[in-house]
Design a protein around this ligand. Structure first.
Ligand SMILES: Nc1ncnc2c1ncn2[C@@H]1O[C@H](COP(=O)(O)OP(=O)(O)O)[C@@H](O)[C@H]1O
Ligand SMILES: [Mg+2]
Length: 401
């Protein structure tokens, strides 16, 4: 697919801007602070309903305003879709599809598909597990928008369960609480199992592409891989010897591989795991087992990337993860082979000449690639395409070439 038009109202630094784009490669050049990332962030937000820079919506509203509007015209084959998203400071965000009546924001998920590369991606390797969970879940929701509800359900139950566990810690825990906790365990097991099952499947889809992308970006001397690390698996592997759950019976039947289990089986395992860890959880006042504590271990050659990879290798790993999600989306039956929009925000400046060239060669054939840079010189020759200049308040068409 490609983005044909983008209009922003009171989004970040833009009071009002109306831009046109073309398929193929477009490089947006403009000095730092001019508003390039703001544009890319808006497109990314339409796809994921979240920003790659901030975790709350408030900074997205132009300073002093209460409502931002992102409007985009997207073209996929013969079909074009007008998407609108209203980001509200004080009430729920709303969307509109082809000028329909307003819908919940999450109903527009899956329509605009992007893969966004940004310097923040370094956190995929170097950061804490929440970065990698978010990477997985965003891709998951892009591919299967119904999982947006799975995530919301899980987060809600987790919050309520944690509140209950906390009250247990303060000693106000009664038999009534215990019964309520049993109910939350069931809910959390069900939502957690669905999320876990979907993530495990997704990691299997990512792995071959990750390996291939990493080989393409580097000299191929190391292999890249990703392994899903589940707190449920840890519980099942636990033979009672670990200090964490030492006093608990080995209540969860061990299996070699979670990937062999159905959602129903996983639900059952979670219920068992919650029961086995209940005392510990009551002591600590938080939920210790579940997809909210899981991680994806990224591996380079023999060693984990985190803590071992060089700066260059870390970048190659991050780029490979993004490229892998691009290929997974491309392969997905639901997209019918329609490519997501590739966004490379200020990424070339971070890379050495070899990686720049290789990345340019890989992405240049995509249906639409939007690239930003502070200076033209950071963009490798291999990335032939339109160059436009970003100026205060928008794009200077007269300077395009
Ligand atoms: N909510 C906001 N309201 C007004 N201006 C903002 C807001 N958020 C960011 N800005 C401004 O946007 C500019 C940064 O834009 P950005 O897109 O990050 O620049 P770059 O071209 O370097 O990518 C800064 O000048 C910042 O002050
Ligand atoms: Mg920027």
């Amino acid at each position: 697919m490609y983005l044909e038009k983008l209009s922003l109202t009171d989004f970040r630094s833009y009071a009002q801007v109306d831009l046109s784009f073309e398929p193929g490669v477009t490089v947006l050049v403009g000095y730092n602070g001019i508003g390039k990332t703001n544009l890319m962030e808006a497109i990314g937000y339409l796809a994921t309903l979240s920003s790659h820079r901030v975790s709350s919506d408030a900074p997205l509203l132009r300073f002093g305003t209460e409502r931002a509007l992102i409007r985009a015209k997207l073209v996929r084959g013969e079909q074009s879709t007008v998407l609108e998203l209203e980001i509200n400071g004080s009430r729920a965000n709303r969307g509109r599809i082809n000028r329909s009546n307003p819908v919940r924001a999450r109903d527009i998920l899956g329509i605009c598909q992007t893969v966004l590369f940004a310097p923040e991606d370094l956190a995929l390797v170097k950061g804490d597990p929440s970065n990698r969970r978010r990477f997985l879940d965003e891709l998951l929701v892009s591919l299967m928008p119904r999982h947006s509800a799975t995530r919301t359900d899980y987060d809600r139950v987790l919050k309520q369960r944690n509140a209950l566990l906390k009250s247990g810690r303060t000693g106000k825990f009664t038999a009534g609480h215990e019964a309520t906790l049993d109910v939350w365990d069931q809910h959390m097991a069900k939502a957690g199992a669905e999320l876990l099952h979907a993530r495990l499947e997704l990691v299997e889809r990512i792995r071959p592409h990750l390996r291939e992308a990493y080989a393409q970006l580097t000299d191929g001397s190391k292999e890249a891989d990703a392994i899903y690390r589940s707190t449920l698996q840890d519980m099942m592997d636990d033979d009672g010897a670990s200090p964490g759950f030492a006093a608990e019976p080995a209540a969860v039947e061990r299996v070699e591989d979670l990937r062999e289990l159905s959602v129903e089986d996983l639900t059952e395992r979670y219920v068992q795991a919650f029961a086995a860890s209940r005392r510990k959880e009551l002591e600590r006042g938080v939920s210790l087992v579940g997809p909210h504590r899981d991680d994806v271990e990224l591996i380079l050659g023999e060693a984990p990337a985190k803590g071992y990879a060089s700066h260059g290798e870390t970048w190659s790993m991050c780029l490979s993860l993004r490229l892998a999600s691009y290929y997974v989306m491309l392969d997905d039956a639901r997209t019918g082979g329609s490519a997501p929009i590739l966004i490379l925000d200020d990424v070339f400046a971070e890379l050495d000449v070899q990686r720049r060239r290789k990345l340019a060669a890989i992405v240049s054939g995509a249906e639409q690639v939007l690239v930003t840079a502070a200076v033209d010189a950071d963009i490798p020759e291999e990335l032939a395409g339109r160059r436009v200049k970003v100026v205060p308040g928008g794009i200077d068409e007269s300077e395009s070439r």
